[in-house]
Design a protein around this ligand. Structure first.
Ligand SMILES: C[S@@+](CC[C@H](N)C(=O)[O-])C[C@H]1O[C@@H](n2cnc3c(N)ncnc32)[C@H](O)[C@@H]1O
Length: 310
């Protein structure tokens, strides 16, 4: 083999494999967020999340993360092990690491994210499904599955989307707190809302939300995206507020929600388990809000609330 051929061969080899590392952790309220954070911190180029039962029948959440095959595996493992030393990730196990050959990354993702019907009128699709037939009664929401939370595959997102599709109307302004991929505000805009304000405490999610806006043909002029902690510093009033976070941030935000809702506005909360619902509802009632609808999918629970006037 001459020098040029060996360079080409080396390049082909580089292009044709990825490192794949699989992490797992017991299923909990924040397990998906923790695994996604590990993938983001370790520069994964794409990841896929799934659940499986362990030998004792307990559900575990797995994240299979792909990495650039051009980097030495030793360096990658060193970095990953360093990240896992953080106390926040103490329950995360590195299950296995391997080379994924001759299996294009797009193909793996293609298989991993088939179109998913959500609620009565939505279908979440990865962009490579764009050409697939869409039922006439469903609006496609294109989401590029990457490291931000919000592929549509998590029940908490499906709860929020379903509660949202039932009330969003033309002309609405939505405030999406903890936007992740942007899936909730993109849904609202595609169902007729006029304007979206979206914030996330993690600034890295905002680029992903922008990419998804683009995929869905959303005019950037109707969206304000910023880094932000819950409702801190937010001034203004909206027709719909969405927050698919977790029990504690949702509860701590509740006292600030009523003032940001317009008179007939709705607040949609998700990211909590059925067990946590009574705790959340007791604080909701003392925050000048009243329940409009509750929704449960699997172990997950969410609700829609309005201003109470009594
Ligand atoms: C469960 S994900 C929800 C993503 C998306 N909205 C969905 O429904 O799928 C929660 C998001 O909230 C963000 N988040 C967590 N704590 C937050 C806070 N205090 N303020 C704003 N965003 C926060 C996380 O970074 C994450 O992107």
């Amino acid at each position: 083999m001459d020098e040029l051929e060996s360079i080409i061969e080396a390049q082909r080899e580089k292009d044709n494999f990825w490192w794949t590392i699989e992490f797992s952790t017991p299923l909990s309220d924040n397990s998906e967020e923790l695994l996604s954070t590990v993938a983001a911190l370790s520069d994964s180029i794409g990841s896929y999340i799934f659940t499986e039962k362990d030998s004792e029948g307990n559900e575990r959440l797995f994240l299979r993360a792909d990495y650039d095959g051009t980097k030495p595996l030793d360096d990658l493992m060193f970095m990953v092990n360093f990240i896992l030393k953080d106390k926040d990730f103490k329950d995360i196990d590195l299950t296995r690491a391997y080379k994924t050959s001759n299996q294009p990354w797009e193909k793996q993702h293609y298989d991993a994210f088939p179109p998913l019907n959500v609620g009565k009128s939505l279908v979440v699709m990865a962009p490579w499904h764009e050409k697939e037939e869409i039922a006439p009664n469903r609006t496609p929401i294109y989401i590029y599955p990457s490291t931000a939370f919000g592929t549509g595959y998590h029940e908490s997102t499906q709860i929020a989307m379903t509660l949202l599709e039932e009330v969003v109307k033309e002309g609405d302004t939505i405030l999406d707190v903890g936007t992740g991929t942007g899936i909730l505000f993109i849904t609202a805009l595609k169902l007729g809302a006029d304007k979206a304000i979206a914030r996330d405490i993690d600034p890295t999610t905002l680029d992903e939300a922008k990419r998804n806006m683009n995929l869905n043909g959303i005019n950037p002029k109707v969206c304000e995206l910023s880094e932000g902690d819950l409702l801190k510093g937010f001034k203004g009033q909206v027709n719909i507020l969405t927050a698919n976070i977790l029990l504690n941030p949702n509860v701590s935000m509740l006292p600030d929600v009523r003032p940001v809702l317009k008179p007939k506005g709705f607040a949609i909360f998700s990211g909590m388990t059925s067990v946590e619902s009574s705790m959340f509802l007791s604080v909701l009632n003392s925050s000048g809000l009243e329940i409009d609808k509750e929704l449960k999918i699997g172990d997950w629970w969410g609700c829609r609330a309005t201003k109470s006037w009594s």
